[in-house]
Design a protein. Structure first.
Length: 265
């Protein structure tokens, strides 16, 4: 079977293959219009839902998305004709898919808290911090000179800094400083998880699904800690004024536009 080295998560030297880092960074930068359209769509499916209910729905959607991708990749190891190299290629795609879903979830939760993230660099920094957990929140606190109070450990509500106005270019520098450590962390995690997806006879599907479930749960916990208590009312930007059909079409159109944008970069 011909090897597909560009799709492998880590090469023989232990480093991510060419092109994968760029794909990962692009996956972190889900644009705000797509986030708003997604929240509008959720509200149309659940009219009258409170901010807390919407948050539970997007959390459920996120769990389904990340667990499904892990199980789907794991299942390929048991399919005749699909070997280890091909499975590794799918695992590279699953890594990007996991981060894209995490970006949409984290930014959607931020919007429900009234934190609009329009700056692509700020969006990437937010998602990297959430995926990295305690380490990410500590980096944000240090890099933005946020007052973290006394004691160690994560600070509840640290994500509020993303809603503050800041000088142009600040978040580009912060994102650049976080990127190297983030890539090392996420590729090491996903590389280890890949081993579980390659177990044959259907066991890989279970391990892959459970692995992504655990990773997703950490992202959810970090996001809740970052933004704290939800407000009573939903911000005006996420209140849908269109029909359900229009919302679905808009989501699909924005997704396609996002894919084309990445392909052209």
């Amino acid at each position: 079977m011909k090897e597909k080295l560009p799709d492998v998560v880590l090469g023989p030297d232990g480093k991510p293959v060419a092109g994968l880092q760029g794909a990962i960074i692009k996956a972190l930068g889900v644009q705000r219009p797509l986030v708003i359209k997604y929240l509008e769509y959720v509200r149309r499916r659940h009219p009258g839902a409170s901010a807390h209910e919407i948050a539970r729905i997007i959390e459920r959607d996120y769990r389904v998305a990340v667990t499904g991708s892990g199980a789907a990749v794991g299942a390929t190891a048991a399919v005749p004709g699909i070997g280890t190299v091909t499975s590794l290629g799918l695992s590279a795609a699953a890594t990007v898919g996991f981060l894209e879903a995490s970006a949409l979830y984290a930014q959607s939760l931020a919007e429900l808290h009234g934190i609009a993230v329009e700056d692509p660099d700020k969006a990437r920094a937010l998602v990297m911090a959430v995926v990295m957990g305690d380490e990410g929140s500590s980096m944000i606190s240090a890099l933005t000179h946020q007052v973290a109070g006394r004691g160690a450990g994560p600070i509840q509500g640290w994500g509020a800094v993303f809603g503050s106005s800041s000088q142009r270019g600040l978040w580009g520098g912060i994102a650049a400083k976080m990127q190297k450590r983030f890539l090392r962390r996420v590729l090491a995690t996903q590389g280890a998880s890949t081993l579980g997806r390659l177990v044959p006879f259907g066991v890989g599907a279970a391990i892959g699904g459970v692995g992504n479930h655990l990773l997703g749960r950490k992202v959810i916990e970090a996001s809740k800690l970052a933004f704290g208590t939800l407000p009573e009312t939903i911000p005006a930007e996420v209140v849908d004024q269109a029909s359900e059909r229009r919302a679905i079409e808009d989501v699909e159109r924005e997704l396609e536009a996002e894919r084309r944008r990445r392909a052209g970069e």
